[in-house]
Design a protein around this ligand. Structure first.
Ligand code: MRU
Length: 350
């Protein structure tokens, strides 16, 4: 996608230098900064600190992490140890395990002399595949949005925009490019459909501000709202559908996504608003029977107590909750399958 006039992916590599570059998302939307790293531990830290984030992106970032590790040593033991460290950097999104496992399955059967070249090739291929999958998600999701538009026209509301609510950031920043939940929205906007996006702020990390930044870059009309506003807007008839992404989808179709997704799905269900989940097939975890079995990441409570903002020239951090209060910061929740209208994958609308 474009930043200004320049096309960017969130992550890319230089195979000859054996370096990996990524957009540092902890500084957005205020500062656009690219980091270049050459050691696998930098990728572990980037995932844990959420410089790179979003389920599909951390899967690909981990693959590049393995490639950087193989540059150092290519023994089975070393690669397996690095794989475990990468998987432990964030527990909830299955894409991280998927990315690491795919690298192990590619590299370990090979003689050590072939592993280095194969690692960079495979990681780069995974990045390209992510982009292609998301382009398909865009096409499949667009068909749903077109149907909603027709329904609106039949209700004599052709002049009104199609109002879509999204939670967290499942745009191109959460993937290598294009995005998951935002992909159909970009496609609809590009196809000339009048769309407007309600962007949940998504406390405490405020990924909604990343979504707003992305939509701004692409010229998509949007409004940022506090996390608790969605139910009210749905009651007012101001939401035509919700589209969110996913971090892990269990065998029974329960969806784990950013904390607060469940409440949006409940409100959507109560108000007859379609609730769509857009995700690539590698977000489905068939080894898990239902959402109860998903390891929900609890992040540091400082994310809750402290608030970060931009004050003219620098990023300021202030404390807004007394640290002597007990706090809990679960980063994800599970939405039961019964609340989901459709899944949008690269293969189809389910
Ligand atoms: O904690 P994050 O920002 O990595 O979580 C990402 C999400 O939960 C997104 O909402 C998401 O839908 C999965 S990534 C497309």
């Amino acid at each position: 996608m474009k930043v200004g006039n320049q096309h960017f992916r969130t992550i890319w590599c230089d195979k000859t230098q054996m370096t990996v570059s990524f957009i540092d998302q902890t500084q957005l939307p205020f500062v656009f900064d690219v980091k270049q790293v050459s050691h696998y531990i930098d990728i572990v830290n980037a995932i844990a600190s959420m410089q790179v984030r979003g389920a599909p992106l951390i899967g690909v970032a981990a693959a590049f992490g393995i490639a950087l590790a193989v540059k150092e040593q290519c023994s089975d033991d070393f690669i397996s140890k690095v794989a475990q460290t990468l998987i432990a950097s964030r527990p909830t999104a299955v894409n991280l395990q998927w990315g690491v496992t795919r690298m192990l399955n590619t590299l370990l059967p090979l003689p050590t002399s072939l592993r280095l070249a194969a690692a960079w090739l495979e990681a780069e291929q995974m990045a390209d595949e992510d982009v292609k999958q998301n382009q398909q998600i865009a096409i499949n999701g667009l068909s749903l949005l077109k149907k909603l538009k027709v329904t609106k026209e039949k209700l004599n509301k052709a002049d009104e925009p199609l109002n879509i609510l999204t939670h967290c950031n499942a745009g191109w920043l959460a993937t290598v490019d294009v995005g998951t939940a935002l992909a159909p929205i970009y496609a609809a906007h590009d196809a000339g459909i009048n769309v407007h996006v309600w962007v949940d702020e998504t406390r405490p990390r405020n990924q909604g501000l990343l979504t707003a930044w992305e939509l701004e870059q692409h010229g998509v009309p949007h409004t940022v709202i506090v996390d608790n506003a969605g139910g009210h807007l749905m009651q007012q008839g101001l939401v035509d559908c919700c589209i969110v992404g996913a971090d892990r989808i269990a065998k029974n179709n329960d969806v784990c996504n950013k904390i607060g997704t469940y409440l949006k799905a409940l409100a959507a269900n109560d108000n007859g608003v379609p609730f769509y989940v857009a995700a690539p097939s590698n977000t489905f975890d068939l080894s898990i029977e239902n959402g109860d079995m998903i390891d929900i990441e609890n992040r540091h409570v400082n994310e809750l107590s402290d608030i970060k903002g931009f004050d003219e020239e620098f990023t300021a951090r202030v404390i807004k909750i007394n640290r002597s209060s007990r706090m809990l910061n679960p980063a994800f929740d599970v939405t039961p399958a019964s609340l989901i209208t459709h899944f949008i994958t690269e293969e189809s609308v389910l």
